[in-house]
Every structure is written in C-alpha cells, then in structure tokens.
Write a protein of this length. Structure first.
Length: 325
C-alpha cells in the first residue's frame, strides 16, 4: 500500500503542472497541448522538435517556460553561415589576458534552436551532439552543460529553398515531435488584445513556479513511476506494429520506428502518468504520448505522399488495431 506522503507528492506534481500551465497562459493564448508536451519532455529530460509556420508563438512559449521554471534561456537563430563554434564557443587570445575560453550560447538551461534545418549538416551535428552528450568540447577540453538542459528545435514546414533536411538518424534523437497548429478564431481575437507587440514581456508578471534543483528532483521522480509488464508489452506491440507488413497502411511505410521509440514511449508515459497525479502508467498515458513519440520515427514513402497519408493517420490506425491491456 502506498502511504499518504507518496499520494500527496503525486498530487503535488499535478498541482505544479497546473500552475505552470496557468502562468504561461497569462501570455500565451491557447496551445495548451503544446505547453503540456513541453512540460512532459522536461520531466523526461528529453528534447523536442517543433514544426509550425512562423508567428505562432514558438519562441514565446519557451521563453515563458524558462521564466516560470526559474531557468536561463538562450535563442540560437540557425542560418546558412552559422558555424559549430558559434554554438559551442571558442578559445580566444586577448593581449594582456592570454588565452581564454569564450562559451557559446549553448550554455543555458533552455535553448531554442530556431529553424535548425536552415544550417548545413555540420552545424546541425554540433547542436545534436551537445543535446545527446550534454557536454561540448572547446579546444580539447570538455565542458558540462547546465542542468537541467532542454532544447526545443523548430522547423519551418513551408520553406524548401535554402534549407537542409535533418537526417532521420538525427531526428530520431528528439524525444518528441510536436505540431503547433493555427490558433482558434476566438483565441486569435484574444491575441489581438494582449499581443507582445503592444506590451513588454515583463508586463505579464509571470511568477516562478519551479527552480533548476526542483526540476532535477521531478526528473528523478518520473523515472520511479511504475510501469507494469502489461504496459511494457503494450508499448513494444505498438512500436513493433510500425515495422509490420501485415496491416492496411504498411505499404506506406519505408522504415518503422527504432527501439529508441519504445524507450521514449516508456519514459514519456511515466511523465504523463505523473502529470495526471498517479505513480503508475495506464494505457491512456501511453496513447497520450504515442503521436509525439512516433510521428518523426516512422519513415513514409512517396506513395504515402501521393495518397496524402500522414504519420498521425497511421499512428491512429495502429492504436485502434493494438488491444490495450
């Protein structure tokens, strides 16, 4: 039997998530699912790839998240001439001071990598290596990045000129891929009234809910959420179905999801459970994270594009096909 203290801690996390959502809601209109997805990724100690047209508050969401969580944020605008050292930092010589390390913008808790696909693969690789290793090498010395360390990389889906496609093996390293939709009609009316062109960011008086230390504690708590053997089998069955050749949409799939997808769904479902106020994973928690985990890990073929079949459509079919425990 769980003691009362453990139950109170679970509800405390649920309360914290609600406070974060409410604080960010002061400045970001709508996009609650996106905010929730980012919180979930932070609890998992993972990174997020976001796709959405310009002007839908991607940067504002992360800036607000950093403020509410008591963390430092930096933004890196990826351009065609951006060098790896522009991200990581360099060793510089100054007369009278000698050689010194100048750390790059990667040294922050929250990073927004804006339009990551606009830079060549060498620069993308430097960013993705930092995400994976949580450390960078400058002049043969390795430097640890701050903890927690969270990256939200954005892609612009409407431009194909002057961009470099992210290799599938690199995209696979993002825990989630989130799609930010257009605002609803009534939400856009509200945006007109409180947009940041008319007000300063500080005018919204966002309150700090968490701290870096507390975030690390919540990440450890996320790992301890219980996942039964039935849930583990359910997760692997869903991922394995993406590799199957025996269901209606299999002809549209070139490559199914890797084992990293199973790992991602395993930890993400734990975070979802914790955010819902319980310390055990339910099938509903797995379903809630399946789209964000799988949509960038299923590689579609040209036939899918011709027939206008999306990854989300295939994931929906798989979730209907695999029986939940």
């Amino acid at each position: 039997m769980r003691d009362m203290k453990e139950m109170r801690e679970d509800f405390e996390v649920q309360k914290i998530v609600k406070e974060i959502e409410d604080e960010i809601g002061k400045i970001v209109v709508g996009q609650r699912e996106i905010v929730r997805g980012l919180i979930r990724a932070i609890l998992c100690n993972g990174h997020v790839l976001v796709e959405g047209v310009p002007g839908i508050a991607k940067t504002l969401i992360v800036k607000s998240m950093a403020k509410v969580m008591g963390c430092e944020m930096k933004r890196i605008q990826f351009t065609v001439d951006l060098l790896p050292t522009d991200i990581t930092g360099i060793m510089s010589y100054s007369p009278g001071k000698g050689f010194q390390i100048i750390k790059g913008p990667i040294f922050a808790n929250f990073i927004i990598a804006d339009e990551i696909n606009r830079s060549p693969p060498k620069t993308q690789s430097a960013m993705l290596e930092a995400m994976e290793e949580r450390a960078v090498t400058i002049a043969r010395e390795t430097y640890e990045l701050p903890k927690p360390f969270f990256v939200m990389a954005t892609e612009n889906p409407i431009e194909v000129s002057g961009v470099y496609t992210l290799p599938e093996a690199q995209v696979d390293r993002f825990l989630f891929k989130l799609l930010i939709p257009y605002s609803q009609f009534d939400e856009e009316i509200k945006i007109l009234e409180q947009n940041v062109s008319l007000k300063e960011f500080e005018d919204f008086e966002l309150n700090k809910v968490l701290s870096p230390k507390k975030i690390l504690e919540l990440q450890e708590k996320t790992k301890k959420v219980f996942s039964s053997d039935e849930i583990k089998n359910y997760i692997v069955s869903i991922v394995d179905e993406t590799r199957s050749k025996n269901f209606d949409y299999s002809k549209y799939i070139s490559y199914g999801a890797s084992p990293r997808a199973s790992i991602a769904m395993f930890i993400a479902s734990k975070a979802e459970a914790l955010m819902n106020g319980h310390d055990y994973v339910l099938p509903e928690d797995v379903k809630a994270v399946a789209y964000a985990v799988l949509r960038h890990r299923i590689i579609l073929n040209y036939e899918a594009e011709a027939d206008k079949i999306t990854c989300d459509k295939i994931i929906e079919h798989i979730l209907d096909r695999i029986k939940a425990p």
